[in-house]
Design a protein around this ligand. Structure first.
Ligand code: FRU
Length: 322
């Protein structure tokens, strides 16, 4: 069977119900498709630690050649991730971290630095006193912890900025809407820092429906057609690029599998997006999508040709034998 010859990469994805995760998955599939020797299997834990643990156990039993994990929360996923590594499976941790360094490599942007940069951006923009509310990502997931602690550290340099409220929005738009609804009449605030763009969108919706205040809203991710568009249209004011790393993860996996030298810590870079660059970035992203689609079409053409060629070869062989 053709299947058994393939190198199998198992990816344990914490959730797939948002565009950022979906774009990470499709980046991985696309990059993997350039390498016919690879088979990529993605399992979606749907935001449940127990399900992610089970799916990683299955990957271990299946003896995948390499495991990629984006942990839902750090603590609950640490043991199973470490145990995979200790059983000799190469593991790459992506985006969210575990509480251990027992893995082959980590890949992701620096969330502490992003949090700090958010404070710096707001502090440079506003010289007068501003009250900030923070809607954090899921408690116990490392980007939420790091974005928060980086933000707190960054605020120390700007005495005019005051964090007046912080609550867990669990990376979810509806939670952010709920939180904002509850705050809008009870707390006075000028700035919302949401740990991702969809929560920033939730806050923006509620604020625009319920007040005519000019609240400054900043998120994170800046995904093409999502966050970039929101900044371009003024639905939110700013965002930070948070690359998914899907493409880089597969390339790193190949290096590891081919026993080539690689870094253990692989940092992806981030940058501020505001009304000065959102439009250009969005246009560039659209152009990239066109190129990617063309490339995918070409790959499909090549595969079709190969299939035809192989069929003809078989036919030819059959003729010769009989
Ligand atoms: C997507 C997401 C992103 C965020 C990342 C943090 O599931 O919530 O919006 O940047 O996860 O891990």
């Amino acid at each position: 069977e053709e299947k058994s010859n393939k190198i199998i990469i198992g990816f344990s994805q914490c959730t797939s119900n948002d565009q950022w995760r979906q774009s990470m998955n499709s980046e991985m599939y696309r990059t993997a498709s350039f390498h016919p020797e690879l088979e990529l299997i993605i399992k979606d834990a749907e935001g449940e630690n127990w399900r992610q643990i089970k799916q990683i156990e299955n990957f271990i039993e299946q003896k995948v050649d390499l495991l990629i994990i984006s942990p839902n929360q750090s603590d609950p996923i640490t043991d199973i991730a470490v145990s995979a590594f200790e059983k000799g499976i190469q593991t790459i941790i992506i985006d969210r971290k575990i509480n251990s360094y027992k893995y082959s490599a980590y890949i992701g942007a620096d969330n502490y630095e992003i949090g700090k940069n958010v404070a710096q951006y707001i502090g440079t923009l506003f010289k007068s006193p501003k009250k900030i509310i923070e809607i954090t990502g899921l408690e116990g997931s490392s980007p939420a912890q790091e974005r928060h602690s980086g933000f707190i550290e960054g605020l120390k340099s700007y005495s005019q900025l005051k964090l007046v409220y912080s609550e867990d929005g669990k990376w979810d738009q509806l939670n952010a809407e709920e939180i904002t609804k509850n705050l809008i009449d009870s707390i006075d605030f000028d700035v919302v820092f949401a740990h991702n763009d969809i929560m920033a969108l939730g806050a923006s919706k509620i604020i625009k429906q319920n007040s005519n205040k000019n609240t400054f809203i900043i998120g994170i991710d800046a995904l093409p057609t999502l966050g970039l568009d929101m900044v371009d249209k003024g639905i939110i004011n700013a965002s930070f690029l948070y690359p998914t790393g899907g493409n880089e993860a597969i390339n790193l996996a190949l290096k590891i599998l081919n026993k080539q030298p690689h870094y253990k810590l692989n940092l992806l870079s981030s940058a501020i997006v505001d009304n000065s660059n959102a439009k250009v970035l969005n246009l560039q992203a659209a152009q990239l999508t066109i190129f990617q689609n063309q490339i995918e079409k070409q790959i499909q053409n090549i595969k079709d040709q190969e299939l035809k060629y192989n069929n003809q070869k078989t036919l030819l062989n059959t003729t010769v034998i009989s």
